[in-house]
Design a protein around this ligand. Structure first.
Ligand SMILES: Cc1ncc(COP(=O)(O)O)c(C=O)c1O
Length: 354
């Protein structure tokens, strides 16, 4: 007897596998601890928070702060436990029946597939070209299929690191008969947003995260920006008190101190430029330009052994070689100067034998 949804029978449960290494450069996190930075203010705020009660006041405060930060009115926002939870809600809200599917470019954020599986929404992929570009016509053909319910564009794209062509995104927004999700998880590093276009394009939904630019991967906070009508539709599939008061209070305190985090991002962007040139200067390494807090690079035939060498030396980077256009590629997160230096020294040692 199988008690669950038919389509779950053949699926595997997601097994979290966070590499336990000293130098953590595999998951695009930040080395900054947000709790240490705002601890006193947060604890002072918590004294006024009643954890024994259901709530709405903090939610209003946080919405107002987020609205100022994202430069949209509070009715255009909804938040939850990371961009991942917002993806889950969005996928749930567009799925119509067993034939429904979403479209994404590939390679892109791995968990679009996980959440499409979890919600019973199918997913189809259009492969990026070797230069990380793509054909708008081919993309629109897929997303204007009657069973396609969502067109996903990760901008800048993870794991390639590039921004997609602005004209192509606008053309998709204009010509897609579907909801178009732009995943702006790396917005603070790229500086590129479509948030000012949510009224011009009624089909536009944006997802953002605090995991990278606000150093909050373990805390879990993400949000959606769209026109108020779409936000109301999304709320129909969300749990009511989805984000606990303690997280809301901490995020609110972090937004009181947002300059600290935004300054940190500036440093990460500078460190990325430096690491890009340092890596490119190593014989046998090829690095791709990136609008994010990570770099995709290859060491050709030596890539797998380099990965193993780094791993043995307690340095985690991410293999991203599963898609044909990124054969033999790794992804490294940009960190502080100390960790970047350790990483670079090991790559040099392996490649040059020094
Ligand atoms: C493109 C993209 N979208 C969404 C996420 C999920 O972010 P969060 O930690 O906020 O769930 C990630 C995390 O790596 C990502 O790279």
């Amino acid at each position: 007897m199988y008690y669950f949804r038919d389509d779950l029978k053949e699926k595997k449960a997601v097994n979290i596998n966070v590499p336990d290494k000293k130098v953590k450069l595999g998951l695009n996190e930040s080395s900054l601890d947000p709790f240490e930075l705002v601890k006193d203010e947060f604890l002072a705020k918590m004294k006024k928070v009643q954890l024994n009660r259901y709530f709405n006041n903090i939610t209003k405060t946080l919405l107002a702060q987020l609205s100022e930060y994202a430069n949209v009115t509070p009715e255009c926002l909804v938040f939850g436990n990371g961009a991942d939870e917002m993806l889950y809600y969005l996928f749930n809200s567009v799925r119509n029946d067993n034939n429904s599917f979403a479209v994404s470019l590939a390679p892109s954020y791995f968990d679009y597939k996980s959440y499409s599986g979890a919600t019973g929404l199918g997913i189809k992929f259009l492969s990026l070209n070797q230069d990380f570009g793509f054909s708008v016509e081919d993309y629109l053909k897929l997303c204007n299929d009657e069973n396609c319910k969502l067109a996903i564009l990760c901008n800048p794209n993870n794991p390639t690191g590039n921004l997609l062509d602005d004209n192509k995104i606008i053309e998709i927004l204009e010509r897609s008969r579907r909801l178009v999700l732009i995943d702006e998880t790396y917005f603070e590093f790229s500086g590129k947003t479509y948030a000012d276009k949510i009224y011009k394009f009624p089909n536009l939904v944006i997802i953002r995260s605090f995991s990278k630019s606000f150093s909050a991967a373990g805390l879990r906070f993400g949000y959606i920006i769209s026109n108020p009508k779409n936000i109301q539709e999304l709320k129909k599939v969300m749990t009511i008190f989805n984000l606990n008061l303690m997280t809301q209070t901490l995020i609110s305190t972090m937004l009181d101190n947002k300059e600290t985090f935004l300054e940190h991002n500036k440093m990460i962007i500078e460190n990325k430029e430096v690491l890009f040139y340092q890596l490119s200067a190593i014989d046998g390494i090829n690095v791709h330009p990136s609008a994010t807090n990570f770099l995709a690079f290859t060491a050709g035939d030596k890539t797998e052994s380099l990965f193993k060498f780094l791993s043995e030396n307690d340095i985690a980077v991410r293999p991203i070689w599963h898609h044909p256009i990124l054969k033999k590629h790794l992804r490294v997160t940009i960190s502080n100067i100390e960790e970047n230096t350790v990483f670079l020294a090991h790559v040099k040692k392996f490649m040059n034998g020094d």
